[in-house]
Design a binder for this molecule. Structure first.
Ligand SMILES: [Cu+2]
Length: 160
């Protein structure tokens, strides 16, 4: 029988307790608080993603799928540093699923006062869904330093 010192047992117990506590918190956040792990939705070729399909000029922005249900396609880009489109307008209570990708370097997509904060990588489409219950303006910004024009990468969602 191995002898385990009394203090060692306390630390083992404390460690197990912390693991159980953190696992419980993650479970509660995921199933009752709407916590979402940023999801790499699909792969695309960053060199041709603008040319046709979901991220072509004609398709960028909002699409209404059903009353109050939208999907939004956004493109992040350097030089000039900006999001396409830089403004979205929706009615109060709308649920929007965002699909965002980059054509060049790593960017971020963070919408203020929401739980949306995505890493945007070239070649990958990131996806997240949010329901806008309150009217107002929700600015979105690039959350990853992406070059000299980084501070100019912003836009807004107008909810009315
Ligand atoms: Cu950026």
């Amino acid at each position: 029988m191995i002898h385990i010192h009394k203090y060692e047992k306390w630390w083992i117990g404390l460690t197990i307790l912390m693991l159980v506590a953190f696992a419980t918190l993650v479970g509660v956040a995921a199933f009752s608080k709407g916590f979402q792990v940023p999801e790499p939705w699909m792969r695309v070729d960053p060199n041709t993603v603008k040319d046709s399909g979901a991220f072509s000029d004609a398709n960028l922005g909002l699409h209404e799928l059903a009353p109050g249900k939208y999907e939004a396609y956004l493109l992040a880009q350097s030089s000039p540093w900006r999001f396409y489109p830089s403004e979205l307008s929706i009615p109060v209570g709308s649920t929007v699923t965002f699909y965002v990708t980059s054509v060049d370097v790593q960017h971020g997509f963070r919408i203020q006062d929401t739980n949306i904060n995505l890493q945007i990588l070239p070649g990958q489409v990131s996806k997240a869904t949010y329901t806008f219950e309150k009217a107002g303006e929700f600015p979105y910004v690039c959350g990853e330093y992406c070059g000299v024009g980084h501070q100019g990468m912003f836009g807004k969602i107008v909810v009315k």
